[in-house]
Design a binder for this molecule. Structure first.
Ligand code: GLA
Length: 385
């Protein structure tokens, strides 16, 4: 039996956050090279995805999409072949509406032709946006259509739906056949925006799982204010501290979200590389069972300080402790609250996913002080005392 796509959350890179419309053949090839040289590929990052603005503004006389002749003079098949030659997979972008968000041709009423074109080019992943959807058209139906077009195009193409959480997407997206779905508006490279995404998704855990993952948008880890989009926040995109990037990454992993890098990987700092390639965190994100976490809030600081707890397929639990507040704060995880009363005669053996070493055996509770916007992540094993 063939393994279905997206058993666990996909990992990769997407051009939009850093480059917007400023994309070309050379950028994609050099990013693929860097994936190999920097170790990103070996850490699990697999898809190199071209976002919006890759096509000419008009279809050809047969109604087919045409790659921008200046940006991709050799066509898309050549780019796909190059990406594949590096042991990676190739992703592209289209839209359920008549036009993409940046005004290029969308796939509305061209779904089956476009799926066939993508298959011919060697595409392995399609991000599918929601701009310029005819008002009278039904969104759920348009995602079902493209899903069917991809599933019958003769090539395995992962379907990454992107309707920003609109139209009760949680209720219908899994049954459409999509492998992941965007649940939020566009992420921005600043803490305020990241925190808003975290807060909006924390109670959406029940909707994610194997083969259809909640995509909380691409990572901004390592962007340090270098967004293509300078119109955000009155001209200042902002950027985050490395602590904030660490917490952003850990939260996405605890939620079992797709990990799609958005920074320019050709200029990663050592700290960015360490955050993105932390294998202990990645293995939590991609745990085979893909269980979403439950939330245990700090009793005296419930809005900003909490634990996310997830059973893993190894018999362990992943525990993420988060402090989203602007001050240092205590987080005390009472083991009773995660299902381990003192009367069990058991404690938790903790492994620290940032120190990459055992942290000891704890009974009744684990208490720590978290710096502002910081987190701690453990694998925990219930053990007899
Ligand atoms: C929308 C999407 C973004 C990006 C842009 C491209 O805003 O949500 O992720 O794909 O369109 O125009």
């Amino acid at each position: 039996m063939k393994t279905p796509l997206a058993l666990v959350p996909p990992m990769g890179w997407n051009s939009w956050n850093s480059f917007g419309w400023n994309i070309n053949d050379e950028l994609i090839r050099s990013t693929a090279d860097l994936f190999v040289e920097s170790g990103l590929r070996d850490a699990g990052y697999e898809y190199i995805i071209i976002d919006d603005c890759w096509s000419e503004k008009q279809r050809d006389e047969k109604g087919r999409l045409v790659p921008d002749r200046n940006k991709f003079p050799g066509g898309m098949k050549a780019v796909a072949d190059y990406v594949h030659s590096k042991g990676l997979k190739f992703g592209m972008y289209s839209c359920a509406g008549t036009h993409t968000c940046a005004g290029h041709p969308g796939s509305f009423e061209h779904e089956f032709t476009d799926a066939e074109t993508f298959a011919e080019w060697g595409v392995d992943y399609l991000k599918y946006d929601y701009c310029y959807k005819p008002l009278a058209a039904d969104g759920a139906n348009l995602y079902r259509r493209m899903s069917m077009a991809l599933r019958s195009c003769g090539r395995d193409i992962l379907f990454s739906a992107c309707n920003w959480g609109a139209d009760n997407v949680y209720d219908w997206i899994r049954s459409s056949g999509a492998q992941m779905f965007r649940s939020t508006g566009d992420i921005q490279d600043n803490w305020f925006n990241i925190k808003g995404i975290m807060e909006s998704q924390i109670d959406k855990s029940p909707y994610s799982g194997n083969f259809c993952h909640n995509d909380m948008d691409m990572l901004v880890v390592g962007m340090h204010g270098n967004s293509h989009n300078t119109e955000v926040l009155g001209g200042v995109v902002g950027g985050c501290t490395d602590t904030e990037y660490k917490t952003h990454f850990a939260f996405w992993a605890m939620m079992a979200a797709p990990l799609i890098i958005g920074c320019d990987v050709r200029n990663m700092t050592d700290v960015t590389a360490e955050i993105l390639m932390n294998r202990d965190i990645i293995s939590i994100d991609r745990d085979m069972e893909c269980r979403a976490p439950y939330v245990i809030r700090q009793w005296n600081n419930p809005d900003n300080v909490f634990a996310l707890v997830r059973p893993l397929s190894t018999g362990e639990y992943a525990i993420g402790l988060f402090n989203l507040s602007d001050k240092k704060a205590e987080m005390s995880l009472q083991f009773y609250d995660i299902g381990l009363p003192v009367s069990s005669g058991r404690g938790l053996e903790l492994y620290d996913c940032y120190v990459h070493a055992a942290a000891g055996v704890f009974t009744e509770r684990y208490v720590t002080q978290l710096e502002s916007h910081d987190c701690a992540v453990f694998r925990a094993k219930p053990v007899k005392l």
